[in-house]
Design a binder for this molecule. Structure first.
Ligand code: EPZ
Length: 428
């Protein structure tokens, strides 16, 4: 198992590029199952979660190449197997993305029920409610979700749950509804940019979808979809992580391919802390702008609550908390999407952070400095928060088990080294 060794205290300086989005790529890849025509995806990052999805889609009869140039070509050549096995699903929960496309195209799917994960219980009841509303019969068989339908029919579906909408649930139901007969209306659909990207691609494939990016999606079913050549949106979470990396080291960094327009809530909170991110070029194309990040010497404490998009993203909560450990005062961080997503709290404490948790809220009492220590977290974003803390702490921090980071950040250590961090990957 690899670890990162970080010699902290270096200011980040220079230019770094944001990769294509992991969380957009996964449902886009699964949508290849909806057509027999070839599909090309551009700017697909090389990550272990993407590799897992490639393996799953190959098992489901899809031929795939993923080049060093980040271009992925895909084509379904065999529709015989519609079973996403436990061995695959337990390595990656996002395997659930194949449920809707398989049901719509092949009339049947078996997907192993995803178990809990490090960030809490993660039920899929809303996904199943959507499939049922479209006319599928849903059963549980030996730990597998089995969905079956001779024909899917459009329906009015409410996808709100106790913690808001569901991102992959919306992707799944939308991907099934595009081939259903008649009109589907999804109420309380997720508004995340990754859902919009999927709707855009499905539309280019011949689907009829309106309302993407709003809580009401309207889908008129079509008979079939064609192939497509599509560029994946930039990764807003990687961009936010890099912005906070610049801020926590009091750095001065240019971030290319930064989807600043999808980071409004994050920038609102970062501005309140004293961090600025100004678009410096391509201002006419905010999806792919370059931003110049700087921060005040003194970081202000703030309150923040994670929410569905366009609110502050849960996937940036750990990184923001790392930054707030060095603010001048007490901050409040409330997690409203995954109330147990606090694996980083105890690890940050090992570095001298003062965090007090009560249920879904953590009070972060800023300290003057963090001290280096060996740390570890079993969640992707928690690990990213620890890397940021390690870059700010004087001394040598070792972040263990970086395979979590490899699931969602492409060559993070190389990117950070390119802008001045002293960080190395070591084999354990
Ligand atoms: C997506 O997960 C992302 N994953 C997550 O990113 C992200 O944290 C999450 O959305 C929220 O933004 C991918 O895109 C691959 P949800 P998803 O269904 O879709 C509850 C990362 O670090 N819920 O929107 O699985 C659920 O428990 C990952 O990159 C139900 O109650 O999340 C949670 O409280 C981690 N029933 C809330 O809804 C359901 O059927 C939102 O979850 C589904 C979800």
């Amino acid at each position: 198992m690899d670890a990162f060794v970080i010699h902290g205290g270096k200011r980040l300086k220079g230019t770094v590029r944001v990769s294509g989005s992991k969380n957009a790529s996964l449902p886009l890849m699964a949508a290849a199952l909806l057509t027999e025509e070839p599909m090309t995806l551009r700017d697909v990052p090389h990550l272990s979660d993407i590799g897992n999805m490639v393996s799953l889609l190959r098992e489901l009869g899809c031929e795939i190449e993923h080049g060093d140039d980040h271009v992925m070509t895909m084509r379904v050549t065999d529709e015989m197997n519609s079973h996403a096995r436990y061995d695959v699903v337990r390595t990656m929960r996002a395997s659930i993305c194949v449920l809707g496309p398989l049901l719509a195209k092949r009339g049947e799917a078996k997907v192993s029920m995803p178990g809990g994960c490090a960030i809490g219980d993660r039920p899929v009841d809303l996904h199943l409610r959507g499939m049922e509303a479209l006319g599928a019969e849903v059963t549980l068989d030996g730990g597998d979700i089995h969905v079956k339908a001779k024909k899917l029919r459009g329906a009015r579906i409410f996808l709100g749950g106790p913690f808001g909408s569901t991102v992959l649930g919306t992707a799944n139901v939308m991907s099934a509804a595009v081939l259903a007969e008649g009109t589907t209306v999804i109420e309380q659909a997720a508004c995340e940019p990754e859902v919009v990207d999927l709707a855009d691609m499905l539309t280019s494939m011949g689907a009829n979808i309106s309302g993407a990016g709003t809580p009401r999606l309207i889908i008129e079913g079509v008979k079939e979809l064609k192939g497509v050549d599509h560029r994946v949106i930039a990764d807003r979470i990687e961009a936010g992580t890099l912005i906070m990396g610049a801020a926590i080291t009091n750095g001065d960094v240019k971030i290319e391919n930064c989807p600043l327009d999808t980071l409004t809530a994050a920038m609102d909170r970062l501005n309140a802390i004293g961090v600025t991110a100004e678009p410096v070029e391509h201002a006419d194309n905010p999806m792919r702008c370059t931003v110049s990040v700087g921060s005040a010497r003194r970081l202000e404490p703030i309150s923040v609550t994670t929410q569905p998009h366009p609110g502050f993203p849960t996937d940036l909560q750990a990184q923001l908390m790392a930054l707030l450990t060095l603010a001048d005062g007490n901050s409040m961080v409330t997690e409203k999407i995954f109330p147990e997503r606090f694996l980083h709290v105890a690890e940050l404490a090992r570095m001298g952070a003062k965090c007090y948790r009560q249920g879904p809220t953590v009070m972060v009492s800023g300290v003057k400095k963090l001290t280096a220590a060996p740390v570890m977290a079993s969640d992707l974003r928690a690990s990213a928060g620890l890397v940021l803390a390690g870059m700010a702490a004087k001394g040598v921090t070792k972040v263990n088990r970086v395979y979590h980071l490899d699931r969602g950040y492409e060559r993070l250590e190389e990117k950070l080294r390119g802008i001045g961090a002293e960080i190395e990957r070591v084999a354990e």
